[in-house]
Each structure stands twice: as structure tokens, then as C-alpha cells.
Design a protein. Structure first.
Length: 278
């Protein structure tokens, strides 16, 4: 049966998950768009409660339908106006997913098998408020082969719809830990053997120098287990946060740009470590 009433209670309940209070109350969040829903169904099926598609989307994205049915998920077909009412960003495909909140210890224990032979690589966001930046860093960490991401301090809610969309499905590929103060997160990561490197434009160490000196013993070794700390979009890392790190590293700027934005700097740093760790 096709869902046809955009004012139905079910539609209102799904739409409400765009708000943090409803997400917290129900322990669920929205996943919007074919790419993110595809990855949720493939990699986190046990957490997916419902999948919604328009008839046109069901015909176009048959792999989502097939994977959802194979996983025994609740699959619903809704009129275009129903999906539009649930979320204007759904692109005809939407899922409701149960929230999970792994501890840092659990996330470390759940390390992906393909990373087991390499040093640990972690991205730590310190009071990052912009959902697009947070989601893009999660996506970059996934692409660079990082083991997990930590959103520390008063960072944005990882289940904010814009964060989820910005990860393009990477949210379902690696653990994301939230709710820890920065100092507690770094203490726990350091206890695993990680060096802590803060990325900041004022850093006395140049990222290129670290790559050139890898293994020399004179600078932090990017080939070793590393937790990178990235600061807020507007004010970067305060001195108190920089002081928690073993070293503060700047990304070299060779052109006339005044600075790099958070997500770009994080991508450069994570890929530098990823290459060194290979």
C-alpha cells in the first residue's frame, strides 16, 4: 500500500526527527537521500528502523530495495508529497535509523579489520559547531582510512540532518564518539599509545617538515599512532586546548590564501598521516 496522506501522524513523527529534542526523545534520526540511505542499509542494517521511497525512487534505486528486503527491513512506498513532507532533502529516499552512542573504548575495540595491521589514526573535533564541516571531516576521515572520529566538547550533534547528509554515508563506515570533554578523550587516546597533534595555523612545526623527517626521531613521527585535533571554525584551538597536544602543527600555505577552512585542513593532515602510515 502506498502512503498517500502527507498530514498523517506517521509523516509528522518522521518530520519531527529533524529537531534535536525529538531525536533525543525517540533515540532515532533521519537519513536523507539515496547515497546515505544506501550506506545505512548496507553497513548498519541492524540500526535501520524504516526505509521510505517514492515509486520513482523505488524503481530507480533497486539496490536499496533489494538490500532492505534482504535485511528484513520495513520498506514503505510513499507518494512524492509524503516524502517531501517528511523531508525536503530526501530526494525520494529516506530512512529512520536508531541512534547509537559508542564509548571511546567500544569504538577502539570495533576497529575495522582492514586497519588492524596499521597504527591507529583518529580525528578529534574540538567544539566544532558547523554541521557541514563536521560531516565533511567524518567523510574525509573515512576516505583517509582513519579508525574513528571523536566530537569532543560542545560540538554539533552528529545526528543533525545536515551532518548526516554531509558525511555522504561515511557515518555508517566508522565509529563516531560524542559527549566527551576534550581532555578526557585525549587522555584515553594517549593511553592507547597515540601521539596527539593539534592542527593550528600558529603551530611551530610545518606539516611538510614532519613528512620529510619521518622516522628521524627529531620531530613527531606521522607513521606512528596519531590523534589529530581540529578546532572550532571561528576561533581555532584555544591555547588551553593546544597545550593538551604533544605538538602543534601548521599546514603550509604557499599561495596568497589567508588560511584553510577546517574541513580542508583536516583532510590534508589526515591524508599526510595516512600516507606515512602506509
Amino acid at each position: 500500500m502506498t502512503l498517500a496522506n502527507p498530514r498523517a501522524d506517521r509523516v509528522k513523527q518522521v518530520r519531527a526527527l529533524a529537531g534535536r529534542s525529538a531525536r533525543s526523545r525517540h533515540g532515532q534520526f533521519l537519513v536523507e537521500g539515496p547515497q546515505s540511505v544506501r550506506e545505512a542499509v548496507r553497513h548498519a542494517a541492524s540500526s535501520v528502523r524504516d526505509v521510505y521511497l517514492t515509486p520513482a525512487a523505488a524503481a530507480r534505486y533497486t539496490e536499496i530495495v533489494d538490500d532492505a528486503r534482504a535485511a528484513g527491513l520495513y520498506l514503505h512506498v510513499g507518494a512524492p508529497e509524503v516524502l517531501e513532507s517528511m523531508s525536503p532533502d530526501a530526494q525520494g529516499v529516506l530512512a529512520v535509523v536508531r541512534s547509537s552512542a559508542p564509548s571511546l573504548a567500544e569504538a577502539l575495540a570495533a576497529r575495522a579489520p582492514e586497519r588492524a595491521g596499521r597504527p591507529l589514526l583518529v580525528a578529534v573535533l574540538a567544539t566544532v559547531r558547523d554541521p557541514g564541516n563536521a560531516g565533511t571531516v567524518i567523510r574525509a576521515a573515512d576516505a583517509a582510512g582513519a579508525d574513528l572520529v571523536v566530537l569532543a566538547g560542545e560540538s554539533v550533534d552528529v545526528h543533525n540532518p545536515k551532518v548526516v547528509r554531509s558525511t555522504a554515508g561515511s557515518l555508517f563506515h566508522l565509529p563516531v564518539v560524542t559527549g566527551l570533554p576534550l581532555d578526557a578523550a585525549l587522555t584515553e587516546l594517549r593511553d592507547t599509545g597515540c601521539q596527539v597533534l593539534a592542527a593550528d595555523g600558529t603551530g611551530p612545526l610545518d606539516l611538510d617538515e614532519l613528512l620529510d623527517d619521518a622516522g628521524s626521531g627529531t620531530t613527531p613521527d606521522l607513521a606512528g599512532p596519531t590523534a589529530w585535533v581540529f578546532g572550532n571554525e571561528a576561533w581555532g584551538l584555544p591555547k588551553a586546548d593546544r597545550d593538551l597536544a604533544d605538538a602543534v602543527v601548521r599546514v603550509p600555505i604557499r599561495g596568497r590564501a589567508e588560511s584553510l577552512n577546517l574541513a580542508t585542513a583536516a583532510t590534508v593532515c589526515l591524508y599526510a598521516s595516512s600516507r606515512a602510515q602506509r
